[in-house]
Design a protein. Sequence first.
Length: 226
Amino acid sequence: MNVLQELENFINEFNLNNNEDFKIDTIRIDFSKQHKKESLELLGNWKKINKNDKKILDKLKRRLTIDEVTSAYQLENYNIYYYNSNKDKPRYRLATMVIFGLSQYHKEPPPHQIVSKIISILKNITNIDLCLDMKQKPSLELLENHFNLKRYFDKKIKTLTDTYYINETDISMIEKICIYNKAIKNNLGCILWRIEATILIPNIKYLALPLHEFKLITDLAKGIND
């Protein structure tokens, strides 16, 4: 059993015991390319992409700054990328793997078999985005009573959007929370909101704590305030 299987089993068991439907949408892994690059290249064609592509850099979610990214590569046409970093220059051995779109409705996610192979090669997971999808608008008022909820202002169109952030959770292992209208983002033609937590994974054995804390947040979003 690799780390991905162990993580999925842990989350599935939590869902079963707590009547939840948490899913992994993004996986990030910081790794050293030494002894790993050759194995990764056997998985398919890694195409070099424009490192200044804002859409792609956003998926890194500030794990590296633009100046730290020296180059970026995409595996085939999948939502699987790795970014070379200069944080350890002059060695240039560090990179970050980002696998996103694992829980989607408008297109196929990256093949689970390939994702599993990548995890088997890299051996660990740095952090994940764990999501819950809701068929009604979250209770923003309840969330605002407990957290500093910031609504995203789109400078391009000069208007507030249906995206909200909790950048300081004060919860161990939960780095931040994002709440957004997924139906609008992906043109789904239905009502669907997503609550997403970026969860640090220093050790899967301690994952129960952030999962329970995330459930408290999603309960607030559902209007449950015990």
